[in-house]
Ligand binder design. Structure first.
Ligand SMILES: NC(=O)c1ccc[n+]([C@@H]2O[C@H](COP(=O)([O-])OP(=O)(O)OC[C@H]3O[C@@H](n4cnc5c(N)ncnc54)[C@H](OP(=O)(O)O)[C@@H]3O)[C@@H](O)[C@H]2O)c1
Length: 345
């Protein structure tokens, strides 16, 4: 039988299903002005889910896209006229408050991190399969910044680019959520890493282990005449032709994302073109969508506990300051990650 919190906090108790919590609530797509501090019903959990008391909720570009409803294609899955889920937020870290009847890996009181539904709130539900035990050497707020960006970086470096020791790797978008993990992971694989970011964030990227840094605002990416074995294209919207000129003839380009595409399908056209061309050229040109895997969350935890990976959180915000945190992300001001803290740890 599963352990559950004393009566009054068990979400399967009808009295508690009616309980409310403090949450950021969003009723229409739009800017961060749509985010308001309010009350929402405390989530109920399915048999394979865990209720987490949220101590930290990380912000990421995916959460921004779901808030804005942009590119429009996201509305097909998340609500045509307004978001289907009124509480935003994916990344979380916190303490297990209740477990569903089929949950086997967690008990009430466990400290966990991963991906949930509606983490900008005091409580959030998460699938057991999208959670892992929290790193023993990390605070809740840093742990809350790991899952979405860390999983993407890990899978890009290890599985898609298959980066090997001695390779020359270019990480475009090295100072952002995904990039700060990707630089460290590429270094951990033994690569020589060049990070691309704006000048004010160059020190951060160097501190994460990058061997060289290019400021995309003042220097052409090809000015150094280097041919890269792998390019992780995470930020900006560098044309495909230019990326290919930077890549060795047998090199691999992984287009992870980019924010400067159109309002209908975003930057996806670049990714589709890359994959269409790839079979006909010597370079491997590819893209991917990250998997929310608890095995990979465990790998990230192990890398953090071993000291191989640090988590670049520049700032934490109280729950009511979530709109301000989102505006910093929107304006491209964040160095690494920002986190909101819905409850005291
Ligand atoms: N494929 C997937 O499964 C997956 C998963 C997660 C995220 N993503 C996507 O990956 C992208 C990055 O996410 P993120 O969370 O890392 O974003 P982020 O934190 O906002 O970071 C963006 C990075 O791009 C850099 N950048 C901005 N404009 C640039 C330009 N013109 N040229 C070169 N670099 C530029 C930024 O540098 P400065 O800040 O120094 O200017 C920063 O390093 C997003 O499009 C996101 O949707 C994809």
């Amino acid at each position: 039988m599963k352990t559950q919190e004393p009566s009054g906090t068990d979400t399967n108790d009808p009295a508690v299903v009616d309980a409310t919590m403090r949450a950021i609530v969003q009723t229409s797509y739009g800017s961060a002005d749509e985010l308001r501090l309010g009350e929402a019903p405390r989530p109920s959990i399915a048999a394979d889910e865990v209720l987490v008391r949220v101590a930290g909720a990380g912000l990421d570009r995916g959460t921004w896209h779901l808030m804005a409803g942009l590119p429009y294609v996201v509305r097909l899955g998340f609500g045509l006229r307004r978001p289907k889920t009124s509480v935003p937020g994916l990344d979380l870290a916190g303490t297990v408050s209740a477990v569903g009847s089929a949950v086997t890996r967690f008990e009430v009181g466990d400290e966990v991190f991963g991906i949930g539904r509606g983490s900008f709130a005091e409580f959030a539900a998460a699938k057991e399969s999208k959670l892992a035990r929290m790193p023993s050497n990390l605070s809740f707020d840093r742990s809350a910044a790991v899952a979405v960006s860390g999983l993407t970086a890990l899978q890009a470096v290890r599985d898609v680019a298959r980066i090997a020791a001695g390779q020359r790797v270019l990480v475009i978008g090295a100072s952002g959520g995904v990039g700060t993990f990707a630089v460290q992971l590429a270094k951990a694989h033994g690569a020589h890493v060049t990070g691309v970011c704006s000048a004010p964030k160059a020190d951060l990227v160097r501190s994460l282990g990058a061997d060289a840094v290019i400021d995309y605002r003042t220097e052409d990416l090809d000015a150094r005449g280097v041919s890269y074995d792998a390019i992780l294209d995470i930020g900006g919207n560098t044309p495909l032709g230019r990326l290919r000129r930077l890549l060795a003839s047998s090199g691999t380009l992984v287009i992870v994302g980019g924010e400067e595409g159109g309002r209908w399908i975003g930057g996806v056209d670049r990714q589709l073109r890359a994959m269409a061309i790839s079979p006909f050229v010597s370079q491997r040109l590819t893209s991917f969508i990250s998997k929310e895997s608890h095995a990979d969350l465990d790998t990230l935890r192990e890398l953090i506990e071993a000291g191989t990976l640090t988590v670049a959180v520049e700032q934490t915000f109280a729950l009511d300051a979530a709109p301000e945190a989102m505006r910093r992300l929107e304006r491209g001001e964040v160095r690494g990650k920002v986190v909101i803290t819905p409850t005291e740890a």
